[in-house]
Design a binder for this molecule. Structure first.
Ligand code: ZN
Length: 597
């Protein structure tokens, strides 16, 4: 029989942000067991080298020390020994993000990719983890939130949890602490809502009611007949902070960070921008339960967590998820159609702002995510396009194209269901479809087959090519008018600025704008325009006295050297897209309500 790989983890020294992990291998490789920590975490496409946070490590077998040799930055090789081999190591956890691990006196959070060394050759064995309460009376009230199945622990209790294999073990983040907790059911499946951090007067009942609408709608989208969710239970775990935003998807849970102010307050019923943003984030990560955690690119089936996983399909896995996140809010009745159009306009404005969209397609952006999208520098607007934002416009464009061409009979929903049935539903099963990923060139044929619409031109222009998705043409049959009012714009330097103390720093210099032509550079500190001081907040006011075509003298510091530039002001190129819907003929209204209702 296969022995389970057994871990225990305890927040050993919260003040020093140290977890202690022990790992027991009953039958280590007789040639010398290797241990490896992942270099990246699925869902966040950047090499992060988590092993750098292991600060102490030792191995023992049968009461005797076993030599451990570091063989590369992620890996250790134990000397030959008979089992059981026990590793003990400390992990420094002080990164307040959803991607790694964080520990102090107020809570503990970890992803398995940060704390559980992989036992090479035993990845397919069952894995167990004993999650232990930190020592000290102040931790008596702590509970455990995770979607890991319990072995002998009670729900929310400390004790042993189980995973079928290493891949599952590291796909269930864990939160420990005195969090707020509530549960609702979506099509029969329990969903936990866990909120960590101080949130006065949190309206948990409203949060559960609203999330239930989103979850119900998504389950129905993928399984309209059976209404079967893909997991036995689900956990939304949120860390509320003063200012923050982020999320990471997992197969039966999501870890989120949000601003405290975004969460609903008891007695206040309005839909704030912040709460809509938070619900959109929850909707996004929940949609990933199907799209990327089960429907996966072949490059992630299985993941190679030591090296970059190259795929040109993130426009589908992130872009489509970004399209459906807000769409599900309007379909679930949480936001109005007019609000949805404002969100679409905002996305379009973001995509159209930079000339990088003419240099990089969403397929290329996907492939290079590791070194470009995830490692953006000051030149990003001129060099890259977001596979999230343009990918969501591609999804919108495909949805509208299919709906219009099929007279409303087919839509992107049918495409998603076909992807689900062929790749997702059995991904974690044991049948023929288990572990099967979507090939790099399989999407186009599948989309055409399911929709009955020829899409080669669409793929050539907007996915493999860099053309702008023509929202005006695509939305016209739905009675939605698109306008861009940017040409009425004010005179501008063609820059994005940030505050640097009380000074004004150039964050981005847009290609072709006045600043670029004058020779100003990103990171330059603006000092004066025509002899008047520029502060962190007054550049627009200064500019408003000029007209397009006027030439101004700009003083700026580059590092510590004062430089003088002559800039001829250009029209503000920031796009001002608006979407307005009119009550057009009945056919249009029918198409639109099939799309949004
Ligand atoms: Zn995502």
């Amino acid at each position: 029989m296969t022995h389970p790989v057994r871990y225990s983890i305890i927040p050993k020294d919260p003040a020093a942000h140290l977890f202690e992990v022990t790992l027991t291998v009953e039958a280590p490789d007789p040639a010398g067991q290797r241990f490896v920590l992942p270099a990246w975490i699925p869902g966040s496409y950047m090499i992060r080298e988590f092993a750098r946070n292991i600060v102490r490590i030792a191995a023992v077998a049968n009461g005797r020390k076993v030599a451990l040799k570091k063989t590369d930055k992620h890996s250790w090789q134990a000397g030959r020994c008979e089992g059981p081999l026990v590793l003990t190591y400390e992990v420094y956890a002080w990164d307040l993000s959803v991607r790694t691990a964080h520990l102090d006196q107020t809570h503990a959070f970890f992803n398995g990719t940060s704390v559980f060394l992989r036992v090479t050759g035993q990845e397919q064995a069952p894995h167990e983890v004993d999650i232990r309460r930190p020592e000290g009376g102040e931790y008596a009230g702590w509970r455990v939130a995770t979607a890991l199945p319990e072995l002998d622990a009670e729900r929310y209790g400390f004790g042993r949890y189980a995973a079928a294999d290493y891949d599952e073990l590291i796909d269930h983040p864990v939160e420990l602490g005195g969090f707020a907790l509530a549960t609702f059911k979506a099509h029969g499946v329990p969903h936990d809502v866990v909120i960590t951090g101080q949130v006065p007067r949190l309206d948990m009942a409203r949060l559960c009611a609203d999330l239930k609408k989103v979850c119900d709608a998504q389950i129905r989208l993928f399984e309209p007949d059976s209404r079967r969710a893909p997991m036995k239970r689900y956990v939304f775990m949120t860390l509320a902070v003063g200012d923050g935003y982020g999320g990471l998807e997992h197969r039966a849970s999501t870890a989120l960070i949000c601003s405290r102010a975004d969460l609903p307050v008891q007695g206040k019923k309005e839909m704030t921008d912040g709460y809509r943003t938070y619900l959109g984030l929850c909707s996004h990560e929940y949609f990933h339960t199907w799209n990327v955690k089960r429907i996966k690119p072949a490059a992630f089936a299985p993941y190679d967590l030591q090296n970059e996983g190259y795929t040109s399909l993130l426009w589908l896995f992130e872009g489509f998820t970004s399209y459906y996140d807000d769409l599900m809010l309007v379909r679930a009745g949480l936001i109005a159609e007019a609000d949805y159009f404002k969100l679409l306009a905002k996305t379009a404005n973001g995509v159209l702002r930079g000339s990088g969209r003419t240099r990089q397609s969403v397929a290329e952006s996907s492939f290079d995510a590791w070194v470009k999208y995830y490692r953006q520098d000051e030149n990003a607007p001129n060099a890259i396009v977001s596979y999230y934002a343009k990918g969501s416009l591609v999804a919108l464009g495909l949805d509208l194209t299919i709906r219009a061409a099929s007279g409303g009979k087919k839509s992107l929903d049918d495409v998603m269901r076909a992807l689900w049935q062929r790749y997702g539903r059995d991904f974690y099963g044991t049948g023929e479809g288990a572990g099967r990923g979507l090939g790099e060139s399989d999407a186009e044929a599948l989309f055409e087959e399911v929709s009955g619409v020829s899409l080669k031109r669409f793929f050539d222009r907007y996915i493999r090519g860099t053309d702008d998705v023509p929202l005006d043409k695509l939305l016209a049959p739905f009675g939605v008018t698109v306008a861009d009012k940017r040409r009425n714009g004010n005179p501008s330097l063609g820059v994005r600025t940030t505050k640097e103390g009380s000074d004004c720093k150039l964050a981005n210099v847009y290609e072709g704008g006045a600043a670029h032509r004058a020779g100003l550079s990103a990171l330059d500190l603006l000092v004066a325009v025509d002899g008047l001081r520029v502060t962190a907040t007054n550049l627009d006011t200064l500019m408003s006295r000029y007209s397009v075509g006027d030439t101004v003298t700009v003083h700026a510091f580059r590092r510590d050297e004062l430089m003088v530039f002559s800039a001829t002001l250009t029209p503000d190129e920031a796009p001002q897209v608006t979407l307005t819907s009119e009550m057009k003929p009945a056919a249009m209204a029918r198409l639109r309500s099939a799309w949004l209702a």
